[in-house]
Design a protein around this ligand. Structure first.
Ligand code: 3H9
Length: 710
């Protein structure tokens, strides 16, 4: 095995190379190796300066995330942190200039090691960031202390509380990076290091105070950050801890700040929030590994795409392809619908441009990649076609029959159906192995989830191609089995039903929404439905009734259908579960809903009475987990983590709670089972404990330990 950290000398400069594929994480041995090599360089008469660089595709992408789960208590965490802080000080105290050469990503501990160097150079494509909060922790190796000293309080608060990566250009402008190297990175870093050695210059970031010396401005930036977290943190604690650590260092000096960081890091790393977020991090990567689809399964290159249907979903899907630089035909059956679809796309891009997220040139470029059409001309050039027509089986069958005729035999034929059985129209194409579901979430150009629905005959190459494509489209792909509603919408039906029934029993729409947003959902069930459109669900129910089926066993509230009949489709019609003033998206409670709820309760023969917030949360979450257990048992989802990833990316389920299955585990499955049984006794037999829930509760296990992940 090659050494984790290698030492060589080139042109009078010691080169310290980290070689820990795939991402040069700071696994045990790496920090120590860097320490030894820098100490050696300091004493090496052949070296006038030091360059720290990563082998392979990237600089250090951070601490080894797997290691956090092995920290048993605060004492161990604090001891480890002291050691890494001391190690970084030794690097910083090196008497010879130490230059960090960044390519790929310098994230978390990676950026912290970079900031302990005297200077940083980077290739133009490099990215840096402190994404720790996304794992429920804070930078733990001096990041909250050195970063403000390089880029000031406002930027460091932004990076440490939001966790986003920024490109080399911005990092240079902010003072995080000292130079961009256009040619060969190592050669550029060596030249930079030699120049510093010749000038006798070194620079310890921990001693740079210029950017934080204005305490009044710093205090204002910190207050602004706390105020903004009230709106965005949605119950997460780590972002607040990051602000506290930055504040301590800015207001009381580097040493006091470091001590505070070490203390807060220990709290965070042992928290349920961090356990949940780390599990989700690995679940997201695990989702790309599908039994029966080996890693080396051949995949098709997607260079040209086509979308059938230019409605809200079709337009959003076409935008995804254009954003990824893939030319896409957008087909509609009539000119007016096509023009409407294109106008919506143009409006969405113009909004992005007006917010400064895109330049006018970028808008023109992506618009030029979307080619509207009323015919199938050019579909023979497409590597993939995504069908996004109205949810009607006969219509889909006829589109897939057309696609079988007009596309190449190797073309992937994807459907954006959100509920229908893809096996029923796969055959119509004549090529069922190429047919797969690509279920995007609304708005398709924004939401990151792509449910990849595997039909009975879907080929493994089609699945592997879809997973690779999801990444290219900047989506998180999760492979699911074929059933009504797949994973996301099948479980959502139970989530929504509980909301409707609680309303009939006496809770109010604003109360229920408030309980769910208090839990951390971005929007409550009723607010969400007003955004998605009450008509969508109503039409699906109509269709199901027409074929003698229903979405779920047991009681269904009539209220959503009454709203549909009244033309109250939600925000788009100015009224749904709430009222909306013209041009506003602010929901206004509407007494009419109470009247409808009274009427529904009367028809059900129940008296409405106050419902507690606890009952609301418990009923909705238990319903979700119970159906999740059925979804797992039927192998519609491969792992509990897949369900949690689907809910995090499809519906904005609060990541720090881990997802519906992790949340159930945190409640304890015996408790969840007891609740199901209590609701069954109190509310009726439509509450049935899922057999898997029963089995796991009896065995004293959680969903995740049953899947082999604690
Ligand atoms: C931190 O640094 C705390 C410090 O403040 C304290 C210091 C003491 N550890 O995502 P990919 C694995 S917290 C372990 O598919 P990409 C990943 O699981 C850390 N493993 O590739 C996968 O394994 P597999 C702060 C890691 O090209 C493989 O690498 N840093 C780590 O799409 C490829 O990953 C972060 O939060 C890790 N740190 O994206 C960065 N990172 O093949 C987290 C990756 O077996 N990482 N793996 O499934 C990322 O954001 C992305 O992985 C990255 C590459 C952008 C780097």
């Amino acid at each position: 095995m090659p050494e984790l950290v290698q030492y060589t000398v080139q042109d009078d400069v010691a080169i310290v190379t980290i070689n820990n594929p795939p991402v040069n994480a700071l696994s045990p041995g790496v920090p120590e190796g860097i320490d030894t090599c820098v100490t050696r360089a300091a004493a090496d008469p052949a070296a006038k300066a030091v360059v720290l660089i990563g082998a392979g595709n990237t600089f250090i992408a951070g601490a080894d995330i797997k290691v956090f789960g092995t920290i048993p208590n605060r004492e161990v965490s604090i001891d480890r942190s002291h050691r890494v802080h001391a190690l970084l000080r030794r690097i910083e105290d090196c008497p010879k200039p130490v230059v960090c050469a960044i390519h790929g990503t310098a994230l978390g501990g990676g950026l912290e090691f970079a900031m302990a160097c005297h200077y940083r150079v980077a290739v133009p494509g490099a990215k840096v960031g402190q994404p720790e909060v996304l794992l429920g922790i804070i930078p733990g190796a001096g990041g909250t202390q050195r970063l403000p000293r390089l880029c000031g309080v406002a930027t460091s608060v932004e990076l440490c509380t939001q966790g986003q990566h920024i490109g080399a250009k911005r990092a240079l402008a902010e003072g995080i990076v000292d130079r961009i190297v256009d040619g060969d990175l190592l050669a550029g870093a060596i030249a930079f290091a030699r120049a510093k050695a010749a000038a006798g210059e070194t620079r310890k970031v921990r001693e740079q105070d210029a950017k934080i010396s204005d305490h009044a401005a710093a205090a204002a930036a910190l207050d602004a950050a706390r105020a903004s977290l009230e709106k965005t943190a949605r119950g997460a604690h780590a972002p607040y801890a990051a602000v506290q650590a930055i504040a301590a260092g800015v207001l009381h000096g580097f040493d006091a700040g470091s001590a505070r960081e070490i203390d807060l890091f220990a709290d965070c790393v042992l928290s349920a929030e961090s356990r949940n977020l780390i599990r989700l991090f690995f679940a997201e990567r695990e989702a790309a590994k599908v039994p029966g689809v080996p890693k080396d399964t051949p995949t098709a290159e997607i260079r040209a795409a086509a979308v059938v249907g230019a409605g809200t979903m079709g337009g959003g899907i076409a935008m995804n392809y254009a954003n990824a630089g893939i030319p896409v035909l957008l087909k509609e059956s009539d000119r007016a619908a096509l023009d409407r679809g294109l106008a919506t796309i143009r409006r969405n891009y113009d909004i992005s441009a007006s917010k400064g997220k895109m330049t006018p040139e970028q808008v023109n470029r992506v618009m030029s990649l979307i080619r509207p059409t009323l015919t199938y001309d050019g579909f023979d050039q497409a590597d993939i076609v995504v069908e996004a027509v109205f949810e009607n089986l006969d219509l889909k069958k006829s589109v897939f029959a057309d696609l079988g005729r007009v596309t190449r035999p190797d073309c992937v034929l994807a459907s954006n159906t959100s509920t229908l059985d893809i096996d029923q129209f796969a055959q119509s194409s004549g090529r069922p192995a190429n047919v797969i579901g690509h279920h995007f979430f609304s708005p398709a150009n924004v939401m990151k989830l792509m449910e990849i629905v595997r039909g009975r005959e879907t080929g493994s190459q089609t699945i592997a191609t879809s997973l690779k494509l999801a990444k290219k489209l900047n989506k998180v792909g999760v492979v699911v089995g074929n059933c009504f509603g797949f994973v996301a919408n099948r479980m959502l039906a139970y989530y929504m039903r509980e909301g409707y029934l609680l309303l009939e029993e006496g809770a109010s729409v604003p109360q229920i929404d408030h309980v769910l947003t208090g839990f951390g959902m971005p929007v409550g069930p009723f607010g969400m439905q007003d955004i998605a459109g009450i008509d969508v669900g109503a039409r699906i129910r109509q269709y199901l009734r027409s074929i003698g089926k229903s979405r779920l066993e047991g009681p269904e509230s009539p209220v959503p259908d009454w709203l549909y009949e009244m033309g109250r489709y939600g925000q788009k019609t100015g009224a749904g579960w709430y009222r909306y003033e013209a041009g506003s998206r602010t929901p206004i409670p509407d007494p009419l809903i109470e009247e409808l709820a009274d009427k529904a309760a009367h028809e059900r023969g129940i008296a409405r009475q106050p419902v507690s917030d606890d009952e609301i949360l418990s009923r909705i979450m238990v319903a979700l987990a119970n159906e999740g257990a059925n979804v797992l048992d039927e192998h519609i989802a491969i792992r509990p983590g897949d369900i949690d990833v689907i809910y995090a990316y499809g519906f904005g389920y609060p990541r720090h709670r881990g997802g519906p299955m992790a949340y159930a585990d945190s409640l304890g499955l015996p408790h969840v089972l007891a609740k199901v049984n209590e609701y069954r006794a109190r509310l009726g037999d439509h509450w049935q404990p899922a057999p898997l829930l029963d089995r796991l509760a009896a065995a004293g296990k959680g969903f995740y330990d049953a899947a082999g992940v604690a």
